[in-house]
Design a protein around this ligand. Structure first.
Ligand SMILES: [Fe+2]
Ligand SMILES: [Fe+2]
Length: 133
């Protein structure tokens, strides 16, 4: 089921970043779908690591691209990236300590953020990037 369904409306018009966003959502959805299953603690530890690894990878690629075009809202983007990374690290901390992580918490914290961040915030650098081509 997942947390967010990928669709064309997520495309920002930078093919490499669209590809990364699609993969990123897939990894987050995978993690999310396993949250409420029982006896998957080890699997969950693996999955949250995968979420964090891919998130780091995507943000660093995106930040390189934003810097390369002198994107004026770079600092704001970076802060948003840090905030959401912080939340994901908190999920990891809970899972590693075998604490309960409610899927509703993850839904509330990630769902709208992801949509807004990709469709609105990332779209801004994509438009600048494409206007400079
Ligand atoms: Fe992004
Ligand atoms: Fe971003």
């Amino acid at each position: 089921m997942g947390i967010v369904t990928w669709g064309k409306e997520f495309e920002i018009g930078v093919p490499e970043m669209d590809k990364q966003h699609q993969r990123w959502i897939e990894i987050i959805n995978n993690f999310y779908d396993n949250l409420e299953r029982t006896n998957v603690e080890n699997k969950l530890k693996e999955m949250i690591n995968e979420v964090l690894d891919y998130t780091h990878y995507h943000f660093s690629e995106e930040e390189k691209l934003m810097e390369s075009i002198g994107f004026s809202e770079f600092d704001g983007q970076k802060k948003m990236h840090e905030t959401i990374t912080g939340k994901m690290k908190e999920y990891k901390r809970k899972i590693d300590n075998n604490e309960m992580l409610m899927s509703i918490t993850v839904t509330n914290e990630l769902k709208d953020w992801l949509k807004n961040h990709i469709m609105v915030e990332d779209k801004k650098y994509a438009d600048v990037y494409n206007s400079k081509k």
